[in-house]
Write a protein that binds this ligand. Structure first.
Ligand SMILES: C[S@@+](CC[C@H](N)C(=O)[O-])C[C@H]1O[C@@H](n2cnc3c(N)ncnc32)[C@H](O)[C@@H]1O
Length: 238
């Protein structure tokens, strides 16, 4: 994001929640395996809560296919982790939130079927590699510059995503300012097909996007206080 990192909630840890609609458009086209799932840098559960709330028609009934998945979330900032635990408990998400550095988690600590994440932009490669240690499938929400980067030539040669799902509506993140960027879901597998396919995701109604932004702004104010208070340094894990 263009806003100085230290001005954001979470400061250098780069906290801003993924809008639920950005996750829902992915799930509209990309089925996930059965759980357990993990999220590295889970924030207040933007992705987890969206997966939990996603609805689909099955045999003539509207159901929430991932509502009973078991999750483990890792979050560096203790204050954000606490707010996220409370929010996810309110929505009956079955999650264990661990406070600490997700990049130090090892494969003997946990193994999952899928890892979803929206990591700090400058740590995205490390988060993908850590995700692949811990889960069979890793779905990463990042600006399109993540892929369109000459500096990542060898990384993407060694780790070609199976899918890149481009979101046609640019997300606006509560708690971060600056120009809105194009985002995509980058889907990696431990057994990559070797052929990266691209698909354009569906559009999301403008009013729905606006109401999601307002909801996240309201929650941030409730959980962390005024925007001035939010600019304070994060309370990192010991
Ligand atoms: C861009 S936010 C995304 C939050 C959430 N995943 C979502 O999509 O709504 C990145 C999150 O990762 C956390 N984070 C940054 N570095 C981390 C690390 N090394 N280990 C665990 N969490 C980290 C930040 O505090 C922040 O909450």
């Amino acid at each position: 994001m263009r806003r100085a990192k230290e001005e954001q909630l979470g400061g250098a840890t780069q906290f801003y929640s993924t809008p639920s609609w950005a996750v829902h458009r992915l799930l509209d086209v990309h089925p996930l395996p059965p759980g357990p799932f993990i999220e590295l840098g889970c924030g207040v559960g933007g992705i987890v809560r969206a997966v939990n709330s996603w609805e689909a028609w099955r045999d003539g009934a509207l159901v929430r296919p991932y509502a009973s998945v078991t999750w483990t979330g890792f979050e560096l900032d203790r204050r954000i982790a606490q707010a996220g635990s409370n929010r996810m408990a309110d929505e009956c998400v079955d999650i264990d939130v661990v406070v600490g550095d997700a990049l130090t988690v090892t494969a003997t600590d946990i193994q999952a079927r899928a890892c979803l994440q929206n990591p700090p932009n400058d740590l995205a490669e490390e988060f993908v590699l850590k995700g692949l240690e811990l889960a069979e499938e890793v779905l990463v929400f990042q600006p399109q510059q993540f892929y369109a980067s000459s500096g990542r030539e060898s990384f993407f040669a060694s780790h070609p995503p199976d899918w890149i799902y481009v979101l046609p509506d640019r997300p606006r993140f509560a708690g971060a300012s600056g120009a809105m960027q194009c985002y995509a879901w980058h889907c990696f597998s431990r057994r990559p097909t070797g052929m990266t396919r691209t698909r354009r995701l569906g559009l999301t109604d403008k009013a729905l996007r606006a109401s999601e932004f307002a909801r996240q702004m309201r929650e941030n104010a409730e959980d962390f206080g005024s925007s001035e208070a939010r600019a304070e340094a994060p309370e990192a894990a010991e």
